[in-house]
Design a binder for this molecule. Structure first.
Ligand code: ADP
Ligand code: ZN
Length: 610
């Protein structure tokens, strides 16, 4: 090792990492200096390392508060595999496991101990707290749980400031991926952080490609996504349990290893399906938003929303589960105006349709139908500047959206059709009339005699629907909040009908074919430069990983990430010594798993030579 810096040494020795990610160094220094801190880094930004590495460098014990048992377990399994003493203490432990952890604490066997907030405050806390030696510092993961403005409010988080009464002068460090200033202020005040160092990273996730498509035929649209990601991991979010079950069943009959997940399944089924996904026995989870928190599978290659979420905050959170490993991944929003309506109706029914909620919904709607770089849109929404002029990773920048030549005249055809049917019909009917469909509903109302009948008969109906969505988002059309929503004209819409020049800046786009399909790109992302041999070896190494993971009862990513396997396939080390310097292989993992992988590489060589 060529460095005398203890943090760098620790990183290399235990994690097999050569450099820090942005702001990690600063966050670690704050912990080593005992200064309170609040660290905001995007998902996959490397927050856990920020408190884990200092916990190894400092003597003594670090106390980590984490909201979910599955999160804790993954982190502890990974730490132990890396040779760092760590444990979690929670309700999932059997009595003897608990006793063993308490003993381990007394004997000073751990550098980190993970607990749920319930263990630290309230009546469930005494047994644990009494056994706990005074920690060196407290790290609070997913700290946005403290705020009602966040998306996963946990009341017990509010009482964590009391830890200071028990441990006067102790430093507290909060970590979250949730960016808004309001949540940040809440965290600082609720935890009573003292002069905290605030580190806020860039919220952009450059490895994610964003696409948004009007929902024109969900199954066909999903098929296109799945073709790009054959045998890769993905999540499909639906807005109802019924849709989850139906889509999961459909995918299964199409030969895709898919499982459903929603709150209506009983606990055993839910756990089984979640585990199947984590253990790579399933590739695709079809789920409601009940699925996701605590899902740390890093190689999720796509997240589809079959229906818009209620805010961009939610979208960012949910879509952000793609590509935690930093490799390319895709986030696709398949939306329709009915989604937004459904949210309005639901929020209204619950008495929650405040101006703020309406505004959040509108922002979501604007994103869906926007014509511009989606990375920029998201980054700006979360209050940061976006410098690049093109991201090369969204449908707009990839040229997948083609601007319509005469948007104003197309818009006027649609608006006048809405007027002709008396502003008493919904998207489907208006589309039928415009496309000149001789359906029963059209003819029974005599709408085939309207002057607008067949005005867009050369345009596919899916595309017409897409235009209507854009006009809704643009405020030229509105939809009523009814069970059978009806399209009506807004004042701006009427103005455009009267005067074609009233909206000179209007743009309408249609979907071109995704560039990945057009170029016939390989499905494994970021591997364009790979030889077939490297692909084959990579697949073998994955099988070795799966075997080891099953034998140990941990998810495969606890053993090695794909990034590590890719480097192994490329470098083809032939001895345990040669593993040094491979991304993600520290001393302990080299020792424990090295042989198995080197054997696989050697066998592969021989089979090639033969
Ligand atoms: P977060 O909690 O911020 O979502 P994680 O802590 O899970 O992110 O880290 C995301 C991934 O990045 C993990 O696979 C982790 O091992 C990896 N990682 C973190 N820090 C580094 C680093 N300095 N160098 C290389 N990989 C890193
Ligand atoms: Zn872009």
């Amino acid at each position: 090792m060529h460095t005398s810096d203890p943090l760098e040494q620790t990183l290399a020795r235990y994690w097999g990492f050569a450099t820090f990610r942005p702001l990690q160094r600063e966050a670690m220094d704050a912990i080593l200096a005992g200064r309170d801190s609040l660290v905001v880094l995007p998902t996959g930004g490397g927050k856990s390392l920020c408190f884990q590495a200092p916990a190894v460098v400092r003597a003594g014990l670090a106390l980590v508060v984490s909201p979910l048992i599955s999160l804790m377990k993954d982190q502890v399994d990974t730490l132990v595999a890396n040779g760092v003493g760590a444990a979690c203490f929670n309700s999932a432990l059997a009595a003897d496991e608990r006793a063993s952890v308490l003993l381990g604490l007394r004997e000073g066997r751990y550098r980190l101990v993970y607990v749920a907030p319930e263990r630290l405050v309230g009546s469930a806390s005494t047994g644990f707290l009494d056994a706990l030696p005074r920690p060196e510092f407290v790290a609070i993961d997913e700290a946005h749980c403290i705020s009602q403005w966040g998306h996963d409010f946990r009341p017990e988080y509010r009482q964590l400031a009391r830890l200071r009464d028990r441990y006067p002068g102790i430093a507290m460090h909060a970590f979250t991926a949730t960016a808004t200033a309001r949540v940040r202020r809440d965290i600082v005040s609720q935890l009573a952080l003292r002069d905290p160092l605030e580190l806020v990273g860039s919220f952009d996730r450059p490895n994610l490609t964003y696409r948004a498509l009007p929902r024109t035929g969900l199954k066909r649209q999903l098929e296109a996504v799945l073709r790009r990601h054959a045998a890769e991991a993905g999540i499909i979010y639906c807005s109802s349990r019924r849709e989850v079950d139906a889509l999961a069943a459909w995918l299964q009959t199409s030969g895709i290893r898919a499982v459903p997940y929603h709150a209506g399944l009983d606990d055993a089924d839910r756990h089984r399906n979640q585990d199947a996904f984590l253990d790579e026995r399933a590739d695709v989870v079809v789920a409601t938003v009940a699925f996701g928190m605590g899902i740390d599978r890093p190689d999720v290659r796509f997240v589809v929303h079959a229906g818009a979420p209620q805010s961009l905050e939610h979208y960012q959170q949910e879509s952000g589960r793609a590509g935690r490993d930093g490799l390319p991944a895709e986030c696709i929003l398949i939306y329709s105006s009915a989604d937004f309506l459904k949210w309005r109706v639901m929020l209204e029914r619950n008495g929650e349709l405040t101006d703020a909620r309406r505004a959040l919904l509108r922002e979501m709607e604007r994103y869906a139908a926007s014509v511009g770089c989606r990375h920029r849109h998201l980054v700006r929404y979360f209050g940061q500047a976006y410098e690049p002029t093109g991201c090369a990773a969204c449908d707009y920048c990839l040229g997948e959206l083609e601007a319509v030549d005469d948007p104003v005249s197309t818009a006027r055809k649609i608006l006048s059709c809405v007027a002709r049917v008396g502003q008493r019909f919904g998207v489907a009917h208006v589309t039928n009339v415009l496309c000149g469909s001789d359906s029963e509903t059209v003819s029974s109302r005599g709408h085939q005699r309207l002057s607008t009948f067949g005005l867009l008969k050369n345009v596919p109906s899916a595309e017409v629907r897409g235009y209507i969505e854009q006009l809704l988002a643009d405020g030229l059309l509105r939809q009523t909040d009814d069970a059978y929503p009806v399209l009506t004209l807004t004042a701006d819409g009427v103005a455009l009908l009267k005067d074609a020049a009233s909206r000179p800046e209007l743009t309408l786009v249609r979907q071109a074919r995704p560039s990945a399909e057009r170029s016939g790109a390989r499905r494994t992302p970021g591997t364009e430069s790979w030889s077939d041999a490297e692909h084959a070896l990579f697949d073998r190494l994955r099988a070795v990983r799966l075997q080891i993971a099953h034998a140990r009862g941990v998810p495969p990513y606890v053993i090695f990430h794909d990034t590590t396997l890719r480097e192994l396939a490329r470098v083809k080390p032939d001895s345990v010594d040669a593993l040094r310097g491979i991304y993600g292989i520290g001393a302990r993992k080299a020792e424990t798993f090295g042989e198995a992988f080197i054997d696989a590489i050697r066998e592969y060589h021989q089979s090639q030579g033969a």
